[in-house]
Design a protein around this ligand. Structure first.
Ligand SMILES: Nc1ncnc2c1ncn2[C@@H]1O[C@H](COP(=O)(O)OP(=O)(O)OP(=O)(O)O)[C@@H](O)[C@H]1O
Ligand SMILES: [Mg+2]
Length: 253
C-alpha cells in the first residue's frame, strides 16, 4: 500500500479576464503517492501548469484543499508557504531561471543555505556530489551563459533537489532541450525516482511521459483519466510507448 504524499480535494482555480471569470480548474480531485513518478498530460491550455502551481503553493487556488503532511497548504500564510516551497518542494521549469551572475555551483548552494539544519560545509559537499551526479562538476565555476541549455537544466535539477524535497515538481523540463539533452535530463529524473524521489511532472512530450509510473489526464478543468504503469525500464520502452499511445488516442489526445 502506497502512502499519499499530496492530496487535492475540490481544487478550483479561476482567473479574471476582461471582466469575466475564466474557470481553468473545476473540482480537481487527485492523490499523489510517495515514490511515484506521476505525469500530468492534457491539451495545451487545459490547465496543466495552473494545476502544478496550485498544488505546489506557487499560486493560490480559488477554492478547495491541498493536503500535504496533514496540513491544508492553501490556508498557510505567505511566510509559511515560502518556507514549505523551499524545504519540502523542489521545482524545475522549461526555462531554467538560473541566476545569471552566479556560477552553477553558487546557483545550487544558495537555496541550500536556507536550510538551517545543515552547516554551510555540508551544503557545499552535497552540492558537489549533486553536480557530479548531474555530470557538470567540471563546469561548476562557469556562469549559466557559459554552458549549454542541457547543462543549465542539469544544474537546475541539482538546485531543485539540494534540500532533499519530499516532492519534486517539474513543468515541461525538457521543453527547451534538443533530443540528446532531453534523454539526459529524463535519465537523471528517472535515476532520482529510482532512488526514491517522488516526482510530479507536466509534459506534452510522449517520451517524457513514458518515464512515469502513473499518468493523469487533464481535460475541462479536471482529471478525467489515469493510467498506471510499472516502473520505467529502457528495455521495455517500445511496448510502453504503444500502450501509452493507445491510451492517449482513446482520450483523443
Ligand atoms: N495568470 C493568468 N491570467 C489569466 N488567465 C490565465 C493565467 N494563467 C493561465 N491562464 C489561462 O488558463 C488556461 C490554462 O493555462 P495553463 O498555462 O495552465 O495551460 P497548460 O495546460 O499548461 O498549457 P501549455 O501546454 O500550453 O503549457 C489558459 O487558457 C490560460 O490562458
Ligand atoms: Mg503549461
Amino acid at each position: 500500500m502506497k502512502n499519499a504524499i499530496l492530496t487535492a480535494k475540490g481544487l478550483c482555480k479561476s482567473f479574471a479576464q476582461g471582466g469575466e471569470q475564466v474557470h481553468v480548474l473545476t473540482q480537481v480531485e487527485l492523490e499523489l503517492f510517495e515514490g511515484d513518478f506521476t505525469v500530468i498530460m492534457g491539451a495545451s491550455g487545459s490547465g496543466k501548469s495552473t494545476l502544478l502551481y496550485s498544488l505546489s503553493g506557487m499560486d493560490r487556488a480559488t477554492a478547495g484543499e491541498v493536503i500535504f503532511k496533514n496540513r491544508d497548504i492553501t490556508k498557510l500564510k505567505e511566510k509559511e508557504l515560502s518556507m514549505l516551497r523551499c524545504k519540502d518542494f523542489g521545482f524545475i521549469f522549461q526555462q531554467m531561471h538560473l541566476v545569471s551572475n552566479l556560477s552553477l555551483f553558487e546557483n545550487v548552494v544558495v537555496p541550500g543555505y536556507l536550510d538551517k539544519e545543515r552547516t554551510a560545509q555540508q551544503v557545499r559537499d552535497y552540492a558537489d556530489e549533486l553536480l557530479d551526479k548531474m555530470g557538470i562538476k567540471q563546469v561548476k565555476e562557469h556562469l549559466p551563459s557559459q554552458v549549454s541549455g542541457g547543462e543549465q537544466q542539469r544544474c537546475a535539477i541539482a538546485r531543485a533537489v539540494i534540500n532533499s524535497p519530499a516532492l519534486l515538481f517539474a513543468d515541461e523540463p525538457t521543453g527547451a532541450l534538443n533530443r540528446k539533452n532531453t534523454t539526459e535530463v529524463l535519465n537523471l529524473l528517472s535515476g532520482l525516482n529510482s532512488a526514491g524521489q517522488s516526482i510530479l511532472m507536466v509534459t506534452h512530450d510522449l517520451r517524457a511521459a513514458l518515464r512515469a509510473n502513473r499518468i493523469l489526464y487533464l481535460e475541462d478543468g479536471s482529471i478525467i483519466a489515469s493510467l498506471d504503469l510499472p516502473p520505467y525500464s529502457a528495455e521495455e520502452e517500445k511496448s510502453r510507448e504503444t500502450q501509452v499511445n493507445a491510451w492517449l488516442s482513446s482520450l483523443h489526445w
